[in-house]
Write a protein of this length. Structure first.
Length: 161
């Protein structure tokens, strides 16, 4: 399996620990940054991982920022990416079983390293259940397709009339 990982400064320390853990387990991981805990903009790193997953350069991804919310928003802008913000093993399991999530997002300021490792382990080991969930994933893909093909040309500028 090829896995992409990335973080901003708030998720950097936890990312290093997760990355080391994955490498010890023999997982092929590409680190898309950041390489420091100095302030950076999370979209710059979230987009790198999401793009790798979207384009098939990585099968799955892991993103970390302070709360996980920002990275989730960024990653879910990419075609074919189903990023799930998980904060315990139950949400990790369900995100894989029911949603076939391909990007795990965690909050670096909200989780202890031991919790994050259990979430990662659960998320990577859990398989998509298929069945009734396939229909729901297909609906998500259809929404994505329709929204990617439409353009919103409305303006908030009142002077543009």
């Amino acid at each position: 399996m090829k896995l992409a990982i990335g973080s901003d400064h708030a998720g950097f320390q936890l990312k290093k620990q997760v990355l080391d853990h994955l490498k010890q387990k023999g997982v092929e991981v590409t680190d898309f940054g950041t390489e420091k805990d100095e302030s950076v903009d999370y979209p710059d790193f979230g987009m790198r991982v999401a793009e790798a997953v979207s384009k098939g350069k990585a099968e799955q991804g892991i993103l970390l920022c302070g709360s996980g919310i920002g990275m989730s928003i960024v990653a879910n802008k990419y075609r074919g990416v189903r990023a799930a913000l998980c904060y315990d093993t139950q949400t990790a399991r369900l995100s894989r079983q029911h949603n076939d999530a391909n990007v795990l997002v965690m909050g670096g300021r909200l989780l202890e390293a031991s919790q994050a490792m259990e979430i990662v382990k659960t998320w990577l080991e859990t398989k998509f259940e298929g069945g009734r969930h396939v229909r729901r994933i297909q609906k998500i893909l259809e929404i994505e397709k329709n929204n990617m093909n439409s353009h919103d040309v409305t303006s908030n500028n009142k002077d543009s009339k």
